[in-house]
Design a protein around this ligand. Structure first.
Ligand code: 0RA
Length: 399
């Protein structure tokens, strides 16, 4: 049951906090909750005090990050197999609505220090909760990069939550991370399930104009749709009207071909050297691997790597595993086909990079990231990726 797991996660958070307090004070607290631990358990003030620590910046990037944070939670529902549609709307006042058709945030009461609080309220107002407590191990939100929907709540002047779950519609409102109403049943929801979050970013937090950029949001939502094949993501901009339909500007992203379509998108307008992108998908040792590649006639290389939907801008083990195998497999195929003058002739890593367009996406539980900006995957999976590419790309060349 989700609430049990949430309870366990909260206990973890409390223990972390207690340990923090122990280290800070340099004395034992007998496991009692200190003021410090309670702060961590709440944490909305902490987020408001140091917003950039949680969302990266208080500029344009941070403003857009709020949307990604909510969407990540919805994508997690999709990864867990419960949601297949996410709708994002930019309203006239630059507030945002994200709706998904997942299970809906759990609403049953939890015991928090002797107080009964609905799980949804705990998720919305607690830093640690709502992240990694259910069985979906690939999830991104609440991890190193995702800070959780509670951060969005903390940094919003107003937030309205609507949940369709267990046959009812539930609603609650917040301001700056604090509830301004109780979670209330407001109607029936016979078959519909899911979550709606509407938020107004707090202008006292952000240093730029609170204006959302359609193209910025569009780019990341499209990327998420490529990375999670079959998932429908829509973006509607009520500030702009389509001259043809007289309705709000709207785009829909849905790619049944996943990364293969990502490659086609990256190669649009380019002269490709082979008609179809090479596409590989495999599950090995609890790692889900999806790779697409296609050569064009340019000299430059564009390779993008992702771990749990996060763009690993500094690459990492998944990328090195891919590169090692690509060079090796192309050389061994070339030798077998007699394309080289002698066995000593071989292509270098640089040779096989020329004109290469590739996307490497891995999904794994508890990915480890390193580097200043945490843009490098550090989990020990190079060998797994290499083995998969050896096999699949080798088979492709044999055909
Ligand atoms: C906590 C637990 C579960 C789901 C969610 C939160 C959840 C959060 C968001 C935020 C936006 N959409 C969401 N959808 C779900 C697990 C639910 C369960 O096990 O029943």
């Amino acid at each position: 049951m989700a609430t049990k797991e949430l309870q366990a996660e909260l206990l973890d958070a409390k223990n972390d906090a207690t340990n923090d307090a122990k280290t800070k004070n340099g004395k034992t607290t007998n496991g009692d909750y200190t003021a410090d631990s309670i702060k961590v358990l709440g944490g909305m003030e902490a987020v408001r005090k140091r917003p950039a620590m949680y969302i990266g910046s208080t500029g344009e990037l941070g403003l857009h990050h709020l949307v990604y944070e909510v969407v990540d939670n919805s994508v997690d529902e999709a990864l867990a197999g419960y949601a297949d549609k996410i709708e994002v709307t930019i309203h006239l006042d630059n507030s945002i609505t994200v709706v998904d058709n997942g299970r809906g945030i759990p609403v049953d009461n939890m015991d928090i220090d002797g107080e009964k609080i609905p799980a949804a309220q705990v998720v919305m107002t607690t830093l640690h909760a709502g992240g990694k407590f259910d069985s979906n191990s690939y999830k991104v939100s609440g991890g190193l990069h995702g800070v959780g929907v509670s951060c969005v709540n903390a940094l919003s002047e107003e937030l309205e939550l609507e949940i369709w779950r267990d046959g009812f519609t539930w609603e609650q409102t917040y301001s700056k991370g604090e509830p301004t109403s109780k979670l209330r049943k407001t109607g029936a929801a016979k078959v519909k399930t899911g979550t709606k979050v509407h938020f107004v970013p707090d202008k006292s937090i952000f240093t730029t104009t609170l204006e959302y950029n359609f193209d910025t949001l569009s780019q990341r939502l499209r990327e998420l749709a490529f990375l999670n094949k079959g998932l429908v993501i829509t973006l509607t901009d009520e500030r702009q009207t389509d001259s043809k339909t007289n309705e709000a500007k709207r785009t829909e992203f849905k790619y049944n071909g996943g990364i293969a379509e990502f490659i086609k998108h990256l190669n649009r307008g380019k002269q490709t050297l082979h008609d179809k992108p090479i596409y590989m998908e495999a599950d090995k040792d609890d790692v889900h691997i999806e790779i697409g590649l296609q050569y064009n006639d340019a000299y430059s290389e564009s390779v993008f790597s992702f771990a749990n939907n996060i763009n690993t801008v500094d690459g990492g083990t998944h990328l090195s595993g891919f590169r090692t195998s690509l060079t090796r497999t192309i050389n061994s195929a070339g030798q077998q086909m007699g394309l080289f003058k002698d066995v000593k002739e071989n292509l270098t890593g640089d040779d096989v990079r020329e004109g290469l367009v590739a996307v490497i996406s891995v999904k794994l539980s508890q990915p480890q990231f390193e580097g200043q900006t945490k843009g490098k995957l550090n989990s020990d999976i190079a060998g797994i990726v290499q083995a998969v590419v050896n096999e699949k790309l080798g088979a492709f060349f044999e055909q």
